[in-house]
Ligand binder design. Structure first.
Ligand code: FES
Length: 69
């Protein structure tokens, strides 16, 4: 399901090789962006198939649901 999220980073994030896995957030909702913090569960809980979800600036709440064009 698609979503609109405000991003303000202007530089890349370096992930150095480690023995432990590093999970990079691909949903855009992490409070610890660019690292995953589990917030992606919100996508499955509140987002509807075929709709575009607009989140508030804190990426925690859906403030608008549009038809996905
Ligand atoms: S993938 Fe975005 S918080 Fe996990």
């Amino acid at each position: 399901m698609p979503r609109l999220i405000r991003h303000d980073a202007t530089a890349p994030f370096e992930v150095k090789p480690t023995e432990k896995s590093v999970w990079i957030c691909l949903c855009g909702l992490s409070r610890n962006y660019p690292l995953c913090d589990g917030s992606h569960k919100t996508c499955r809980q509140v987002e509807q198939p075929g709709k575009l979800h607009v989140y508030d600036k804190d990426r925690q709440k859906v403030i608008e649901i549009r038809d996905d064009l």
